[in-house]
Every structure is written in structure tokens, then in C-alpha cells.
Design a protein around this ligand. Structure first.
Ligand SMILES: Nc1nc2c(ncn2[C@@H]2O[C@H](COP(=O)(O)OP(=O)(O)O)[C@@H](O)[C@H]2O)c(=O)[nH]1
Ligand SMILES: [Mg+2]
Length: 252
């Protein structure tokens, strides 16, 4: 966990909004506000341990409602929102999908999702660079997803911290785009180790960039031999049918 970027920020800096709602802050002080210098490692372990307990509670909640929850993680701009918009539009009549959008600021992505007709709650984390299980729990109260549906959580764009925070999801899905470089699995192994599926996006741009898909997949398998791969273009739709099949197969 990174201390320098505001991971341990107080929870009253986090906001939850549906498109069209005014920004408001809640004042639920459940976090440890001790920023003393001598106990950094203990505090990190406490934060992660507390998060894991809340994540298990979320997991039980999802299971009770037979909801498939997926945590989409990537660096900024890899195409998470584009992938979600296309997926929701395609599966609209087939599977109900609602979304929790994580970003530091703005309702931009929530508005893109809302335009599809799907229910969405935007979590603005302020300085925070990841979502945690408590934020997801509160967002779920507002979202009220239907039983037997899919909840997609678009995490804050960051290949580091979101890897450490279990949200109660069934799986993390890591998205990497071909403009980012095929060495990312080796540079950010924790994220690839924590994920069940790796979506390689923007394959329509392969003719224009120096990105070796096989090399990228081999590097990712080194850190996670169980990792599955899909090669897609969220803008042209190439490869997206395999993603829809993967989603259908993961629903019980
Ligand atoms: N060429 C191409 N561009 C894409 C693709 N997917 C997303 N983009 C573009 O990449 C940019 C970032 O996409 P966005 O969905 O906002 O990424 P996010 O930050 O991960 O949510 C946008 O300009 C998208 O149009 C793709 O498959 N191919
Ligand atoms: Mg986005």
C-alpha cells in the first residue's frame, strides 16, 4: 500500500453519487486516523485485515443474491469504461448489469454508463488511489443491484494498490491495452497474480504499436500460471464474443 498518495485518507473525503446528484460528503469515521510515524507496518496490516473482513461480508452478500461481482482493474485509459459500455449494450436484454465506478474525481464515467440505461453509482475517492471493501459496501446500498445480476466494479485506474484490496468480488479482471507495453505483467506482478482473467484490449491498434501479445501473455503466466487471457477491441468489437461467453459461464 502506498502512503504517499493518500491511501490511508479519512473516509469523509469519499463521495457516493448517482448521475444528476449533487456532491455531498458523509461523516462516517470508521478508519484509523493515527498517522504516527512509528507503527507504519502494523497500521498497514490492520487496514488490510479490516478490509479483508469487510470484503468477506460483501462476498457473502453477493452470494446470497446470486450476483456475479467482478473487479475491473487496470492503468488509466486501458479501456475499462469503453469495455463496460459495449458489454452492457450488448447484453442488455440478456443479463442485468449494474456498475460501481471508482475515480478520484468527476462523474464522467458514471455518465457514460448511465447513458446505456444501466444503474450506476460513482465513488469519488478524492486522493485515494483504490476502492476498498467499505466503499463498495456503501455503494451497494445505493445501487441496490437485482438478484441474479452482474455487478461490475470499475476500480480507480492504477496497477498497484487495487491489487491489495479485496472488495468481495468473485474475480479481479485485469485489463491491459496494447499501447501500454508488453512488459507490464513483469513490472506489476501483484496485479496479474491477483487476477483470474487478463483482457488484452485495443488489439485494433496492434499494426501501429510495438506490442508482442504472446510475450505479454508469457510474462503474465510467469507470475500467475492460472491466468486466462482474452484478446479484444472494445471499440471494433473484435474478440468481445469470447468475453460475453466468459461472463455467461461465470454466472451460476
Ligand atoms: N483504438 C481503441 N481505443 C480504445 C479501445 N478501448 C478504449 N479505447 C479508447 O481509449 C481511451 C480510454 O478509454 P476508457 O474506456 O475511458 O479507459 P479507462 O480509463 O480504462 O476507463 C478512450 O479514448 C477510448 O475511446 C479499443 O479497443 N481500441
Ligand atoms: Mg474509466
Amino acid at each position: 500500500m502506498c502512503d504517499s498518495c493518500g491511501c490511508g485518507q479519512p473516509s469523509d473525503a469519499v463521495t457516493f453519487r448517482k448521475p444528476g446528484e449533487m456532491e455531498h460528503h458523509h461523516h462516517d469515521h470508521t478508519h484509523d486516523h493515527d498517522h504516527g510515524s512509528g507503527r507504519t507496518i502494523d497500521i498497514k496490516q490492520d487496514v488490510l485485515q479490516q478490509n479483508n473482513m469487510l470484503a468477506q461480508r460483501n462476498r457473502g452478500w453477493f452470494e446470497a443474491k446470486n450476483i456475479l461481482a467482478l473487479n475491473l482493474v487496470s492503468s488509466p485509459g486501458s479501456g475499462k469504461t469503453t469495455l463496460l459500455v459495449r458489454t452492457i449494450t450488448h447484453l442488455k436484454t440478456d443479463i442485468p448489469i449494474s456498475v460501481i465506478e471508482g475515480d478520484q474525481q468527476t462523474l464522467t464515467d458514471a455518465n457514460r454508463i448511465a447513458a446505456t440505461g444501466a444503474e450506476v453509482v460513482q465513488v469519488n475517492t478524492g486522493h485515494g488511489c483504490h476502492l476498498d471493501a467499505e466503499m463498495v459496501r456503501k455503494a451497494l446500498q445505493k445501487l441496490a443491484p437485482a438478484e441474479n445480476s452482474i455487478v461490475m466494479v470499475e476500480n480507480v485506474g492504477n496497477l498497484v494498490c487495487p491489487a491489495l484490496f479485496d472488495l468481495g468480488e468473485a474475480s479481479k479482471v485485469v485489463i491491459i491495452s496494447v499501447t501500454e507495453g508488453d512488459d507490464k505483467p513483469l513490472k506489476y506482478p501483484t496485479m496479474f497474480a491477483a487476477s483470474d482473467l487478463c483482457i488484452i484490449n485495443k488489439i485494433d491498434l496492434l499494426p501501429y504499436v510495438d506490442f508482442d501479445v504472446d510475450k505479454c501473455e508469457k510474462a503474465a503466466v510467469q507470475v500467475n500460471p492460472e491466468l486466462e487471457f482474452l484478446r479484444v477491441s472494445a471499440t471494433t468489437g473484435e474478440g468481445m464474443d469470447q468475453w460475453y461467453d466468459w461472463l455467461r459461464a461465470r454466472r451460476v
